[in-house]
Design a protein around this ligand. Sequence first.
Ligand code: NAD
Length: 366
Amino acid sequence: MRLKIAVLAGDGIGPEVTREAVNILKAVAELGSHDFTFHEGLIGGIAITTHGSPLPTATLDMALESDAVLLGAVGDNKFNALPPDKRPEAGLLQIRQALGGYANLRPSIAYKPLAGSSPLRPEVTEGTDMLFVRELLGGLYFGAPRWWNRETGESINTMRYTKAEVTRVARVAFELARGRRKKVTSVDKANVLEVSQLWRDTVTEVGKEYPDVTLEHQLVDSMAMHIMNTPRNFDVVLTENLFGDILSDEAGVITGSLGMLPSATIGGAVNLYEPVHGSAPDIAGQGKANPLGAILTAAMVLRHSANLEADATAVEQAVRKVLDAGYRTADIARGSSQVVSTQEMGKLVHQALVEDIDRRQSMHAV
Ligand code: NAD
């Protein structure tokens, strides 16, 4: 398997957590004799300092020539006085747009040993393993007209979708559900919004192509409650842009720390992989960052860009094994857990992964 990976570590804790994610990908490549190459580029504050732009042309060209982009995080307080389009975060928005991914995937998993890290009771979260598929290029965030007239005190945004836009993201959700528990929950507000009626009709139509997958529809307001009350009932959750933005953050609470959450954006020219968290300037350079969100993001690279499902699962299992053994970074530490640094956590996962892959390979050889 050949894979050209653009590594854009960015700012703050970005380089710290990305290093650990890359080590995991290198281990998978070495153990499976895959040809993974890594090409580093600058984005965000570091790119402004070095090249005067949050997304230099060289970085964008390199990203577009790659098979996958692994991004750390961007953001640096020293640029806070700059206008929004000149700040580090502009680099992120620009690269997301240039790569053109329309399906944003965000898993929300309750890891048993982290039950105390979530504000929800363990008996509510236990067994939760849901995957949000959020439409990323349409809806209220992009629809026209949009304006704010300060003189008249009126403003407008437009929620707009075409059937084609809904169809393509629905297919992603159904395909992914086939590899999981075969259930799609589509979220809308069809009792009020015409856009949601189009959404519901289209998803229902696409669902007929997948008779092996159960489809249910939920209104967004009741879905917000169900996520808190019965999260384990959900498998793949399909949403439009705004609803997914809000609900996937809400569901992130189930896992317990921002540092644990991975994401992938697929469907465009090149898939983009990034942990959900930002550059965390408050803990940058202190070895306190949790690298598990970035490492789980690496697992998504293996699953969605390399088609190495067994290796992706092995990385996820290695993370579980390390958590089961009681190791924690500071953000997820409770009581008697053993607190380790970013690098130590990365090494522990690496070790658990290598043991697992070695064991599988020797079983294969017998
Ligand atoms: P943040 O995600 O950086 O941090 C929020 C809180 O979570 C902080 O207390 C931080 O210490 C903690 N945290 C985040 N990731 C962690 C990890 N891996 N391990 C342990 N603790 C972790 O969000 P913020 O503080 O609102 O923003 C900081 C900067 O990051 C800003 O410049 C913001 O614009 C930027 N940002 C970037 C992204 C991105 O690159 N995708 C996302 C969000 C924010």
